[in-house]
Design a protein around this ligand. Sequence first.
Ligand code: FE2
Length: 365
Amino acid sequence: MRPAEAAESLPPRCYSSQDFLDLEIERLFRRGWHCVGRADRLSDGESYAAIELAGCPLLLLRDADGTLRAFANSCRHRGTRLLDGDGSCRRIVCPFHGWTYALDGRLIGAPEMEETLDFLKEDYGLLPLRLGTRDGFVFLSLDADAPELEVWLGDFSALHAPWSLGDMVTARRREIEAPCNWKLYLEVFNEYYHLRSVHPRSIAGLFDRPDPPEAVTGQYLTQFGSHEGTAGLLDRHRDLAMPAIESLAGRNRGGTRYTWLMPGFAFAVTTDLLWMHQVTPLAPDRTKVTMTACFPSAAFDLPDYEARAAAYFERLDLAIAEDLAVLAEQQAGLSSPLARPGRFSRLEPNVAAFGRWLAGRVSDG
Ligand SMILES: [Fe+2]
């Protein structure tokens, strides 16, 4: 719980124990608010996306009026999971016995139920969840006692306003499985210390020494570093830069901001690219990661958009491959009964800050 310069890292068993993961699911993921990606994952028309949070299958549904809602992905008849993947649909029909729901969650069809006593369709709509959107991100909560989303996020929107995050458009989404604990994956994304040793020939040269993290009022960590131009391209692809985010001014016109929305979502935004990682723990040492990359809308009008976008994806994929290799080694070493807590350099302030946040939450019974 000490400041970074005096703190030890989390006990190694926090990264390898099933009991500790169960505690995290209960106290971190089933409480508070969670970013689950970008709102443009669901197209403007009637559409759905089946997702999972804290072991719960969930449904995001957008109705014909554009309203986005979230529900449990379980039929109210005898519990069957209703949908998988994402796509468009005008209503939801349970594959088991044909109960049918509208996109606002109402039960609109339930065959053969006329003789069931006191059965009213209005009592058996899909179970709704709390949902909010901010700056193009979708937030969900499984927790009726969580504070309002604006309280949870505090000054998040004000601090990120220079980047106009709500105007960024998804270019690519992909899923991978990382061979490590969910916290290790997000920790490496949020520190500059490993750049020179893990990414010496790819991305280390894109970054300069960052500013200290800002003091913020929401449940997130953030740190800005100024550097030349974009961090979204390898040096040899500099001539393929996308149009910069129009609203950027002053120091923000060259640099990158890294932000960690606790517990399980982190993103970075540079002059022309927003990229993010959402983690879903599968086991203490295995994590599903959903990566999304977004560009300013003007990028999509460029005649050579595909070639330019491919250069950004190459840079992102290269850096992740380099990180995954070292994360597998970190997981192997940390899983040993001989592993011990370590100490932090001055380039890992938000790894230490995340440890403090986590320690406070898991010990708050
Ligand atoms: Fe890295």
